[in-house]
Design a binder for this molecule. Structure first.
Ligand code: FPP
Length: 274
């Protein structure tokens, strides 16, 4: 090869390399966070994930079990969801475990659900969750919680008070309309005592008296089982939440399903009315 040819080939290589570098690092083509394929970074945009764990009884029927047995199979996916949020640095997880309307179910089913909650929340059962630094709170009408569950609940809440890895809100004996009503009643009492005038009342006043006070609103609400409604779930807080309905029943939900849900969420454009 002649010297002329060597110089020509080297120059072509240099031009190709320089232009590729220029293309990669030019401001137009630089990797912007919102275009990154890795959702590891984007997932931080979820501060609060809320899950309606629906379909336990249909899952049980599908698997030849009695309908109420389905609830026992809902506990492991809940622990998986806790692991998922910790792994993905999502600081708040809220799960709909039992609504005030669920009190209309048969006495047998109610007894079974309360038994699962009592057993599932024993310190020994929850040790893995406690060790991970989860702070557990029960949200709902506490006056309706069966008395024999209260020691388990308060022990767990006290034991996990200082957990910083994740706040797990278990919505239990909960109803969104009842939560708003309780807030309005507390405000009305302040007005009647002369501590507040009606003109002082803003959305922030209502928020400050909700059972969920201090928790940011859910960014994403997932409901499993294919049903597409909110069923009195976080009625105030979900005003601008993204909703995602998954066909699978709750006991069949996997870590990968939650990853996929987050991937769908990060593609959404949130406008908050703008
Ligand atoms: C809804 O499915 C599920 C419930 C009413 C209960 C959910 C409870 C758990 C997953 C257990 C929680 C446990 C702890 C420890 C907090 P469904 O009964 O409406 O089922 P269906 O839609 O198939 O009828």
């Amino acid at each position: 090869m002649t010297m002329k040819k060597i110089i020509l080939i080297s120059s072509i290589c240099l031009i190709v390399m320089t232009s590729s570098l220029f293309y990669l690092f030019s401001p137009k083509n630089a990797l912007r966070p919102d275009e990154s394929k890795s959702h590891k970074k984007l997932i931080h945009t979820i501060r609060h994930l809320a899950i309606m764990m629906d379909g336990n009884r249909r899952w049980a029927e599908q698997h030849g079990l009695s309908r109420i047995e389905g609830h026992s199979h809902g506990v492991d996916p809940l622990k998986m969801a806790v692991r998922f949020c910790i792994d993905q640095h999502i600081p708040y997880l809220s799960v709909y475990a039992f609504s005030l309307e669920n009190f209309n179910r048969s006495p047998d089913e109610l007894a079974h659900i309360f038994h699962i909650v009592k057993e599932g929340l024993r310190i020994e059962e929850m040790q893995e969750v406690i060790d991970k630094g989860v702070c557990i709170r029960f949200i709902g009408d506490r006056s309706r919680i069966p008395a024999d569950l209260m020691p388990t609940i308060t022990t767990l809440e006290n034991k996990t008070l200082n957990g910083t890895a994740l706040q797990l809100n278990i919505l239990f004996c909960y109803g969104g309309q009842q939560e708003i009503t309780a807030s309005v009643k507390a405000i009305a009492e302040q007005v009647s005592r002369g501590e507040l005038t009606p003109a002082d009342i803003t959305p922030q006043t209502i928020e400050a008296h909700l059972w969920m006070k201090g928790v940011p609103p859910p960014d994403l609400v997932i409901r499993t089982s294919g049903e597409q409604r909110l069923s009195n779930f976080l009625s105030w807080e979900c005003a601008y939440s993204e909703l995602l309905f998954i066909e699978k029943y709750w006991p069949a939900i996997t870590y990968e399903d939650l990853e996929q849900a987050v991937e769908i969420f990060v593609q959404r454009k949130r406008r908050f009315g703008k």
